[in-house]
Design a protein around this ligand. Structure first.
Ligand code: HEM
Length: 137
């Protein structure tokens, strides 16, 4: 009985704790975000569809701006120094299919970084608003 109560108390406290933390903090901050972005870049390198978009890109810059961007949208309080989502992606004429594919690669990147699925969903939710700025219309 004591064990059960302790377990319940632990779960409740854990729930409260994560409730007060930003998604960025729940992820584990800069090192985990950097790991996710590194994994994402590896996914892109091995993916024919995505790699085509990045052929002429400066990957060092992409990595830096992507880490900043994720930090900002997950509540990490960073300053984003890159271009707006609309400015960067307009002209690439990205169809919805390729956007969804990029999200799949990001999920794979988070799986490789051992991010729990519930937390992955929170990260994806922070990106949902920029969907319409990235997809070609
Ligand atoms: C999940 C949504 C996405 C987010 C949050 C995102 C975010 C970003 C960020 C922060 C940058 C760097 C901006 C800068 O250099 O100033 C970037 C660049 C880029 N993104 Fe996205 N992106 C997303 C989806 C996509 C998709 C679906 C594609 C292609 C299918 C794509 C292709 C690119 C390319 C090629 C660059 C590099 C542009 C360049 O070299 O100038 N992105 N993205």
């Amino acid at each position: 009985m004591k064990v059960v109560l302790t377990a319940i108390l632990f779960l409740v406290l854990q729930g409260c704790a994560s409730h007060n933390l930003t998604v960025y903090e729940q992820l584990g901050g800069r090192s985990k975000v950097t790991e996710i972005v590194d994994n994402f870049i590896t996914q892109i390198e091995y993916d024919e569809v995505m790699f085509a978009y990045f052929e002429d890109s400066n990957i060092t810059r992409f990595k830096e701006k992507m880490v900043e961007h994720i930090c900002v949208i997950t509540g990490g309080g960073c300053t984003y120094s890159g271009d707006s989502m609309e400015r960067v992606h307009t002209g690439m004429n990205i169809p919805e299919r390729d956007f969804n594919h990029a999200v799949d690669l990001l999920i794979a990147a988070m799986n490789d970084a051992q991010v729990p699925h519930r937390l992955q969903n929170k990260v994806l939710a922070t990106m949902a608003p920029s969907r319409s700025e990235i997809i070609y219309r």
